[in-house]
Design a protein around this ligand. Structure first.
Ligand code: KG4
Ligand code: ZN
Length: 331
């Protein structure tokens, strides 16, 4: 089955063609550069850019996959969570395409998409495993019972992990999106500053105290060596993640841990998680960086599985700015 995936939940217009939910035939991601001018995503500008880009991006994905519209058999589209104005470009576009081509469409939760990025990288992967999603809007620790069946073990109580990277990048005068900029700057510095590693209780996360600690440090040390600040922040943020993963592995006895979402592209995080995996003896699964950050191939992969399990979505499926993905009852 050839699935066309469409993703417009934030500042990336993305389309992909995936065969049988596993094999990526094409994946096109157009990142909106306009937001860099404002130091963060401006929702109205994002929506307008999606309107401009959706047709060319979808057509490029079809071209690169060597197919035309008539060969698409299922459309998978992000319908939640995200910027409403942005979701309201991709979702109606997918519905219109579904209607005119007379093929089904299925709405996908963006976070579930990040979970399915793992399946693109490891087609043989079978749950159960411990899932960690680290994106710009979400930080989740999950028990993945089966595909499309999750139990939330922990989540952030304030900022998402990627959000902390972006905010600290801003404090350091780095451009948006900040995660990759922090990673680059940290390479030139040493983690000599002792920023706090938060403990939000249980398997929850907290990143806003760390962000504030960096803010106060920079106020008190206006001449601080910025690469050292970036490296020290990165160490504290990553340590919190490795600590929670260690706790969760010990609690659940899981031998497989899958990590995805934009922050999982971070090389220092990947190294530290690998060291932990070697120490505790679990298998670490992390997709290649292009599948960690937002893309539509992961949406197609998730949509395929949702469709197999519960059929198409109705034409009146709404877009939701916030929406839980846990459980198998989202549609
Ligand atoms: O999953 P994603 O692409 O989009 C959302 O669903 O939010 O995640 C984007 C987040 C941003 O906060 C970005 O700064 C962060 O992931 N990110 C990184 C890296 N690449 C992207 N954070 C740290 N290191 C990176 N290399
Ligand atoms: Zn995302």
């Amino acid at each position: 089955m050839l699935i066309l995936g469409i993703e417009t939940s934030c500042d990336e217009t993305a389309a992909a063609v995936v065969e049988d939910g596993l094999s990526v035939r094409s994946s096109v991601v157009s990142s909106q550069l306009v937001h860099a001018l404002y130091g963060g995503v401006v929702p109205e500008l994002a929506a307008r850019a999606h309107i401009r880009m959706i047709v060319p991006v979808v057509e490029q994905a079809l071209r690169e996959a060597g197919i035309d519209y008539a060969q698409v058999e299922l459309i998978a589209v992000t319908h939640a969570p995200g910027l409403l104005g942005a979701l309201l470009v991709g979702l109606p576009f997918a519905k219109g395409l579904s209607f005119s081509l007379n093929i089904p469409f299925v709405g996908v939760n963006h976070i579930e998409g990040h979970i399915f990025a793992l399946r693109l990288e490891y087609p043989q992967l079978q749950p159960p495993y411990l899932g960690v999603v680290l994106s710009g809007g979400h930080t989740e620790l999950l028990f993945v019972d089966d595909w499309c069946k999750y139990q939330e073990l922990g989540a952030t109580v304030d900022d998402a992990c990627g959000e902390a990277f972006d905010k600290v990048a801003k404090l350091l005068g780095l451009p948006y999106p900040g995660g990759i900029e922090i990673e680059r700057l940290a390479l030139e510095g040493r983690p000599v500053i002792d920023f706090p590693v938060a403990d939000a209780g249980g398997l929850d996360f907290s990143f806003s105290g760390l962000k504030t600690a960096v803010l106060y440090y920079l106020r008190e040390h206006p001449d601080a060596h910025r690469p050292d600040v970036a490296a020290s922040f990165q160490v504290a943020a990553v340590r919190q993640i490795t600590k929670r993963v260690e706790q969760a592995v010990r609690q659940t006895g899981m031998k497989k841990v899958g990590v995805s979402g934009g922050v999982a592209a971070n090389r220092y995080l990947r190294q530290q998680l690998q060291l932990l995996a070697d120490r505790l003896g679990f298998e670490l699964l992390i997709p290649r960086p292009q599948f960690c950050t937002d893309n539509a191939a992961m949406i197609a992969a998730a949509g395929y599985e949702r469709f197999r399990r519960s059929g198409p979505s109705p034409f009146d499926l709404p877009a939701f700015a916030r929406r839980s993905f846990a459980g198998s009852n989202q549609q």
